[in-house]
Design a protein around this ligand. Sequence first.
Ligand code: SF4
Ligand code: SF4
Length: 236
Amino acid sequence: MPTLDLSGRNYRDVPYEQKERLFEEVKADMRFDDYLHGCYDCGICVAACPSARFYDFSPRKIAQTVSREDVDLFYLFLNDSVWDCSQCFSCDVCPRKNSPGGLITLMREVAVKNGLASAQEALEGYGRVVYKIMATGTQVSPDMLQDNAFPDWGPHVKDISKNLETWRRALPPETLHTTETSWQVDDKTITELYLIWHMTGVMDMIKEVDEGLFMILQDVMEERLEEAGYDDISFD
Ligand code: SF4
Ligand code: SF4
């Protein structure tokens, strides 16, 4: 049984075989062997991890759990802790050459591909951001921080947007002083991005967690690809 219940849920009702199947799916990924080489339990990754300072979260526990093949605890983390990671990869300082952040990437992908309710819940507030990035191929620029653009980010966004110019000027690097920084993506690049997201299964993952978002993106992408001469591409 799991030794730690981070979420208030212990998933005792989920059949062990189902948890094990998801664990095996993570291990079967071709990147897995690069991300885990055994774990000294030294905690260096925790010292480097920004998320560990703010959440009840530990990259060491992720690496240990996966190394020990503790399937119950893995399932618990798969439904909770993996969403606390900021994917900065500072934990790659690991002396054993592990990448706990990489393991978390694999776990997130498996959670999304399998449409876990916890993954849908964790990603629920990011639909507009994902739409902006995937439809245009570029980033969310600071001037988009308007309460009417991202209402799902909560009421504080309105306050931030009111004084955005001041907030940006308070940041030290010169390049962050603007509120409009965003790069332009040319037609060839956006076509390539749409094809990559189609061929690598990213669109299938979006479909698992947010069917509404998938349908909107599908319309945008299929139309653009047709214009570029890829009229045989279908995201269905
Ligand atoms: S993953 Fe690496 S840094 Fe973290 S506890 Fe294990 S051996 Fe140490
Ligand atoms: S990638 Fe995740 S686990 Fe690794 S240091 Fe960054 S936040 Fe922590």
